[in-house]
Ligand binder design. Sequence first.
Ligand code: 5RP
Length: 259
Amino acid sequence: MFVIYTDYSNDYYRNYNSPIDLRYSMAVVEELKKQAGITACRYVKNGMKVGLGTGSTVKYTIIELGRMILEEELQIIGVPTSEATKKLAESLNIPLSDLSETKKLDLTIDGADEFDANYDLIKGGGGALTREKIVALASNAMIVVADDRKKVSTLGKFPLPVEVSVSHWEEVKEKIADICPGKVNLRMENENPFVTDNGGYILDCNFGSTISEPDIYEKKINSIEGVVEVGLFVGICDVIIFSSLSGIQTLIKPNGRIS
Ligand code: 5RP
């Protein structure tokens, strides 16, 4: 069940009267991502160690943190979840560490490809799911920033990303195909397999909206030899900052780690 606190209504969205097919133009989607990304920064306090997620929504969180460091003397240490995020954070002069040095984090802020009413997630659209999960699990709390296109009643419409070892991907693909109702595709980039920051491949698994028990699938898929990590995040997320055409909502998980 969602508990909804409306933080504010944005006049831009409230007065947006364009025809339906233009409501989610690229400019609007970008604005929704920006609003969600920036709003999450209100949870970041001086002295915190913060996991920095990956993707086009959390990018705005990271840019805003860079601004707060520069203009408001915010002091934090960031732990990036990907090489792309590391590069972005470095360009903004955000002090960085890694998990070998900073073992416990106060908070992780990250994006998601889907979230359901239990605050369970599909992640990995950007291929960074393994580090994202490791960093989130090392954190005292996780905030997700997303727009309303990511909200689903049952996970799985977004093809579930699974990171696999390069040497075993074909066997893993066959094993996942036994439990996946749709196609299992090796992710490609410029006609070559996409390679993660860890040197793995990604299988995008078309379950369709069938993942009503993500904990079972998480265990089942992770138990296949050759799987590095599956992009199901179960019981990890505490807050979703969620932007839609009617404004920003902060969804706080009942009995989560943030109140
Ligand atoms: C990367 C991720 C991203 O957080 C997820 O794909 C959402 O990205 P975006 O905010 O660009 O939609 O899991 O591995």
